[in-house]
Design a protein around this ligand. Structure first.
Ligand SMILES: [Zn+2]
Length: 98
């Protein structure tokens, strides 16, 4: 069963959401520490199982970290090769997954 992890952008509190099946449209849960405060927006966190991720998921993960750069690389005429090389380069600096 897919598990989706979210983290609050304000206080860093985490929560997890289970779904019966894979979906790209997951409603973020409210922040556990401030559920009524709209400032505490929850955003998707990718788990550390990088070697199990599909390329599409890696793209989404990298996009969250290197948004503008990915947009430039993926542009109107996506240059996947350029992006993949850049991703490998960036990934070398990342600590091992949790
Ligand atoms: Zn919060």
């Amino acid at each position: 069963m897919p598990l989706y992890e979210f983290a609050c952008e304000v206080c860093g509190a985490r929560d997890e959401v289970f779904r019966q099946r894979m979906t790209s449209n997951i409603e973020p849960p409210p922040c556990p520490t401030a559920p009524d405060d709209p400032e505490h927006a929850m955003s998707r966190v990718m788990s550390g199982f990088a070697h199990h991720l599909s390329f599409a998921t890696k793209v989404a993960e990298a996009e969250a970290t290197y948004g503008a750069e990915v947009d430039a690389a993926m542009g109107p005429e996506p240059d996947i090769g350029k992006f993949a090389r850049r991703y490998d380069e960036a990934a070398k600096d990342l600590p091992p997954g949790e």
